[in-house]
Design a protein around this ligand. Structure first.
Ligand code: PEP
Length: 250
């Protein structure tokens, strides 16, 4: 069965006002969206429920992070159990901003991933190399090291709840997008790793999406690549061009 094209919008710590949140929802609500695409938007936690109330039902809402414990003395955190109770179906984990700015290790990301999945959530799992790592030919090694703790902690069945987002750190928010060939090469390497480390079926069925300076102008070429199953979009998800990215394969 072909993998369903997936487009996620990571709003990061935007927008600042409730009015601009409503404007973003209106843009999507008024748009013609390719019905074959799974669309998920990830606003800041404070807007999860209010955005879900106003957004069209075929667009899902995701959290940008979650703890691994169901509850407890973890000031400022949100748990997977709370997200599940609020019927938020997805959570982004392992984003490079969380890995770098908030010092999240791959082991912690794996722990969170397992907790989220065991609580019934689906996970957009982000991996990616820095520029220095790419330039020293370590891209595949780095990504395999990021994926390995997740492979070690999940059962084969649990992989049906994972979307892998390949997001080269040098492309995030920089305007410097990976070429279609670079994206395809790395996505194919991730798929080969999943075949070897988990199973051929998981490798075949897992969606691997690309993130890093995706725009309306570059999405079509990227979307034609065999192993590119969609996008995780940051900056452009706050703009009307997000609709063009969702419809990249149309
Ligand atoms: C992201 O934050 O996941 C991202 C891909 O950002 P941008 O599209 O702005 O590079």
């Amino acid at each position: 069965m072909p993998r369903q094209f997936f487009v996620g919008g990571n709003f990061k710590m935007n927008p600042i006002t409730r009015e601009s949140k409503l404007a973003l929802a209106k843009t999507l609500n008024d748009a013609q969206i390719d019905p074959s695409v799974e669309v998920v938007i990830a606003p800041p936690a404070i807007y999860l429920l209010s955005l879900r109330e106003v957004i069209r039902p075929d667009v899902k809402v995701a959290a940008q992070n979650a703890h691994y414990k169901p509850n407890g003395a973890f000031t400022g955190e949100i748990s997977p159990a709370m997200l599940a109770d609020a019927q938020i179906p997805y959570v982004i984990l392992g984003h490079s901003e969380r890995r770098t700015l908030f010092h999240e290790t791959s082991d912690l990301v794996a722990q969170k991933t397992r907790a989220a999945i065991e609580t019934g959530l689906s996970v957009i799992l982000c991996v990616g190399e820095t520029l220095a790592e790419r330039e020293s030919n370590k891209t595949t090694q780095v990504i395999e090291e990021q994926l390995k703790p997740v492979v070690d902690t999940l059962s084969e069945e649990q992989w049906s709840k994972i979307v892998v987002a390949y997001e080269p750190v040098w492309a995030i928010g920089t305007g410097k997008v990976a070429t279609a060939a670079q994206a395809q090469e790395t996505h194919a390497a991730i798929r080969a790793f999943l075949a070897k480390a988990v199973s051929p079926a998981v490798s075949e069925n897992t969606r691997i999406i690309y993130g890093g300076s995706v725009t309306a102008a570059n999405c079509k070429e990227l979307s034609k690549q065999l192993d590119v199953d969609g996008f995780l979009v940051g900056g452009a998800s706050l703009k009307p061009e997000f609709v063009d990215i969702i419809n990249a394969r149309k």
